[in-house]
Ligand binder design. Structure first.
Ligand SMILES: *Cc1c(COP(=O)(O)O)cnc(C)c1O
Length: 221
């Protein structure tokens, strides 16, 4: 695959779904990838990247921020409250807000740093015990708290469907929930299922291996 192939597959998925072209964004998931692959994708002009660990993201991107001012960094992995300060400092978008305590900490840090971060609420659509994300039935309350009380810039919903299930019903559920909440963005779809996600309304897909090649180490989350 590679960047160009993924982008053109995204464009044809938009077309097949009867959607306007260039309406779905690509978050290139660079976690665990070797530096030379990341450099190659930067050289091709891509500027939106996703990472799932704060420390790894700091190591990789802090210096590059100066070199590439248009960089947009998304945190797509679980966030511990003790990492909120560096996460708010580094990331433009935090996609994994899934509990009140974390939301409160992000709001406080954003105020302290005088910074606005975009936030997605991560929903555990498969109701998996070990998986991050707010339960479907608790999500409306969390969205409400984040928007109205904490004044976070909540832009959408994010989900990772269970690996052993058809992702389509999960994407459909997430799309329905976002619509009900009046949230415009949907972060769904990875290397294996992004075309389905685009058909079901994704506004951004998070793609790692199809852009960069297979990851050598395993990366949790
Ligand atoms: C690793 C990861 C991805 C990308 O996975 P690929 O299958 O390599 O495309 C997307 N989203 C999240 C949350 C991830 O952790």
């Amino acid at each position: 695959m590679g960047l160009e192939d993924v982008l053109s597959a995204m464009r044809s998925a938009e077309g097949k779904a009867g959607r306007e072209g260039y309406t779905v964004g690509l978050v290139a998931v660079s976690k665990v990838q070797p530096e030379e692959r990341v450099e190659a994708v930067l050289a091709e002009g891509h500027r939106v990247f996703g990472e799932n660990r704060v420390q790894e993201a700091q190591d990789r991107w802090t210096k590059r921020r100066e070199q590439y001012p248009e960089l947009k960094l998304h945190l797509i992995g679980p966030l511990q409250t003790n990492k909120v300060r560096p996460a708010v400092a580094l990331f433009d978008v935090i996609e994994t807000v899934d509990r009140e305590k974390l939301a409160r900490k992000i709001a406080a840090e954003a105020a302290a740093q005088n910074k606005t971060v975009e936030v997605f609420i991560q929903v555990n659509t498969g109701d998996e015990a070990q998986k991050a994300g707010v339960a479907v039935e608790e999500s409306a309350e969390l969205i409400e708290l984040c928007r109205n009380e904490l004044k976070l810039n909540v832009v959408g919903l994010m989900a990772i469907p269970p690996i052993d299930e058809d992702p389509a019903p999960h994407f459909a559920l997430l799309a329905k929930m976002a619509k009900e909440a009046g949230l415009p963005k949907l972060s769904m779809g990875m290397s294996g299922d992004y075309e389905i996600a685009i058909a079901m309304g994704a506004t951004q897909v998070r793609i790692g291996s199809a852009v960069f090649g297979a990851r050598k180490q395993s990366a949790a989350g």
